[in-house]
Design a protein around this ligand. Structure first.
Ligand code: FES
Ligand SMILES: [Fe+2]
Length: 411
């Protein structure tokens, strides 16, 4: 495999180092993506489980912003976690009055819904600063048992969260299990790893989740667009190969199931006997798909696995892994038993920990991409196209051109 140009016709000519070695030395081909070290603003992000948000305020960092979450009267609220008086985190405070949060230091008290300074306990009832200052609030929604916060580009109203969720999760009944883990590494490495065509069959070949099912050796894959998603479509799956001058390589073992004869696009180990009707109705062209702002969907015959990569800061992200089964009634017990007995530990646990390890140690650019990395370049191209549109719609500015994407880190 030699040229990168043939993989990605939309990309600019590759950079060359001064010593003539090929490879991309930076991500200037994808300026919005390059500038999004702390995430793409203008999207909803899952922060934590709904059950974790109570009347006791908790602090989170999303897209480099410190945010305090608190629940009052059943509704979750999100505010910038910084008291404008002297910069103390509001999450260190508590609620002294319904519908408010009070800073622990001097009792500045903010309205949860508007962020307006409603009272200053240590300045008496006629405090003249009331109503003159406030803290930023963030739109909040609750879906999939989680609290989601909208991080704006500028001061725009958010798009409806249902427009951003995977379509099949809006309007269908389902049960789900999931994990939310803080992880090291930039969110873009996590997202690229999730959609990376080349890694799963090699990195995960030793996982317990795949103990009895072989992984292919190599594939021929296409990336096809579909609505706001891109899909990986497998045209060929090769289970063994002779590498000239090196030897034969296969993940087939006597104790593993025999690999299927044909290529398939639901599930990644074999052609399924039966596909769940809700999943079948989606007519996914490929079993792995990806959408903004970093949502991975892996369709198996009877469940769908999602990963949401939530930017924390330039060096950390939150991994949100969710397994969904489109069942109702007594069948949900079967799913919970399978999830808690196996999936949570083997798939969302040990298998996914192999990804976390790689994401934490990835160091790019510079990089030298190879044929299967068309999955990465297609994703980066998608972000460029969609984020340029997002900025145009929300009044933001181009990369490195203003507050919309160039932000100083707040700690
Ligand atoms: S720092 Fe918050 S009230 Fe003084
Ligand atoms: Fe992986």
């Amino acid at each position: 495999m030699t040229g990168e140009e043939s993989l990605d016709p939309k990309a600019a000519p590759r950079a060359r180092r001064q010593d003539g070695a090929p490879g991309r030395q930076d991500w200037s081909t994808w300026p919005h993506y390059d500038a999004a070290a702390e995430g793409f603003r203008g999207y909803w992000y899952p922060v934590t489980w709904s059950s974790h948000i109570t009347g006791d305020p908790r602090s989170y960092m999303i897209c480099g912003e410190k945010i305090v979450l608190v629940r009052d009267g059943g509704t979750a609220y999100a505010l910038h976690d910084r008291c404008p008086h002297r910069g103390v985190p509001l999450s260190e405070g508590d609620q002294q009055f319904p519908g408010t949060i009070s800073c622990p230091y001097h009792g500045w008290t903010f309205d949860l819904a508007s962020g307006r300074l409603a009272a200053v306990i240590t300045d008496g009832p006629d405090s003249r600063i009331c109503g003159k200052v406030g803290v930023r609030t963030y739109p909040v929604e609750e879906r999939l048992g989680m609290v989601w916060v909208y991080v704006p580009v500028a001061a725009e109203d958010p798009h409806p969260i249902d427009e951003q969720l995977p379509e099949e999760l809006v309007g269908n009944a389902f049960v789900m299990g999931g994990r939310i883990d803080p992880r090291g590494g930039n969110w873009r490495f996590a997202c690229e790893n999730g959609f990376d065509e080349g890694h799963a069959k090699y990195l995960h070949r030793t996982s317990l989740w795949r103990l009895f099912k072989p992984m292919p050796t190599w594939n021929v894959t296409r990336i096809v667009p579909g609505g706001r998603w891109i899909y990986r479509v497998q045209d060929e799956v090769h289970w063994e190969a002779d590498f000239p001058g090196v030897g034969r390589w296969s993940n087939k073992r006597w104790w593993k199931a025999r690999p299927p004869k044909e290529a398939f696009n639901i599930g990644n180990t074999g052609k399924p006997k039966r596909v769940d009707p809700t999943i079948e109705a989606q007519e996914f062209p490929g079993f792995a798909s990806l959408s903004m702002p970093g949502v991975l969907r892996i369709a198996y015959p009877n469940f769908i696995h999602y990963e949401f990569y939530v930017p924390v800061d330039a060096d950390n992200h939150r991994y949100v892994g969710v397994m969904v089964n489109f069942t109702e009634g007594w069948r949900t017990f079967g799913f919970y038993a399978k999830y808690l007995g196996a999936i949570r530990w083997l798939f969302h646990g040990q298998f996914s920990a192999q990804d976390a390890w790689m994401v934490d140690v990835t160091d790019a650019p510079p990089e030298k991409l190879y044929r299967p990395d068309v999955s990465l370049t297609a994703w980066r191209n998608l972000t460029e196209e969609q984020y340029a549109k997002k900025l145009a719609d929300s009044g933001g500015t181009a990369p490195n051109g203003g507050a919309a994407v160039t932000r100083t880190r707040k700690k």
